[in-house]
Design a protein around this ligand. Sequence first.
Ligand code: FMN
Length: 395
Amino acid sequence: MERCFMEKSLGNSQLKLRSLFIRSAAYEGMQKDGLPTEALTEHHVAMAKGGVGLTTVSYGAVSPEARTFHEQMYINPQSLEKLALLAGAVHEAGGKVAMQLTHCGYFTKNIKVKRPLAPSRVLNAYGILSGIIFSREMEENDMEKVADDFANAALGIKEAGFDAVEIHMGHGYLLSQFLSPVTNKRKDAYGGSVENRSRFPLEVLSRVMEKTGPGFPVLVKLNLSDGLRKGFSLEDCKYVAKKLEDLGCTALVLSGGFTSKSPFYLMRGKVPLLGMACNGDNFAEKVTMALFGPFIVRKYKFEENFFLKQAREIRTCVTMPLVYLGGVDSKAGILEILEAGFDFIALARALIHDPDFLLKLKDGSIDRTECNRCNKCVVEMDRQGVKCVLPLEAN
Ligand SMILES: Cc1cc2nc3c(=O)[nH]c(=O)nc-3n(C[C@H](O)[C@H](O)[C@H](O)COP(=O)(O)O)c2cc1C
């Protein structure tokens, strides 16, 4: 474990991380009136104190329409003022901090957006009960605006003192909707082959890199596969990974799944249906989830390092820094990931359960997480902010 805690540069950037661990973006739900709260700062300071090299703040919506919920934070001068304080606090704790930049596309219940943007017109099952039923196919001027929104948000984040940004191209959000043949039915230069489907996400990356300038780390989160029949595949991922490398993307975080269709593909483990039903926005949503939840939300069995087999295939086709993510559980599992040639290791739930998990692995007081993958943290994030419901064993 000692070698995991040696200083390491993030790819070819100047950014030095105190360890090769990254707190993966996991929506915190810690905001009030669209502004980050003190709890969000405390959460990420705890991650930094727990030994991660880089902690990633989640869901930096790049514009008001890029939000999944109306109350969510988006990048604007008011939120940047608070985020600058968060960045300062993480630095004081010895860590570095990134912001995940996201556009939800059609995956939204944001009542201010009647016709959300998407690569094609698709049914928004997630928003039906909020009256947001179909998306609107994006035109070139919409793409221009969204690319600019990503670039301006990234510059704002850089100027607020953050050390990096992560562009979210996975999990069924807008850029992932472009990449996936399930949601991209376009007949123009932005649909069809993987070369065409990846055109807009890659344009967004170039725009962000141009705006933030050389040396500022820009990571990308990308699906290994959507986990859907006829979705974005591992072969597609190989193509996009090579393109990202050619463009000079700083590091690639590999994940999978499509939040509106296969949300637990990216987490695995139990599906906390009761809590999800109680969290419904209205009576109809609560009842629908209670009655049909077991048919709507598919379960995936949890296995340690569940994406490793697919991620290894990407390791063989690019030399750029790769971040492994998914089911990191134990010291032995971490060594397996390092032996497979990954440069960095990201985690979410083990650190939500215990921010000191990595320090405890290092000093030998434990050798695996106590997180039992109940996934109730997903329910908590929509209540008073993400937290683990299990008691923390004293070690
Ligand atoms: C409560 C919760 C919220 C999440 N929110 C996000 C998110 O906003 N963005 C994202 O890219 N991934 C999100 N994820 C997925 C995690 O980043 C990660 O891919 C997943 O939990 C698997 O890693 P783990 O086994 O280390 O938890 C979330 C996961 C959890 C548990």
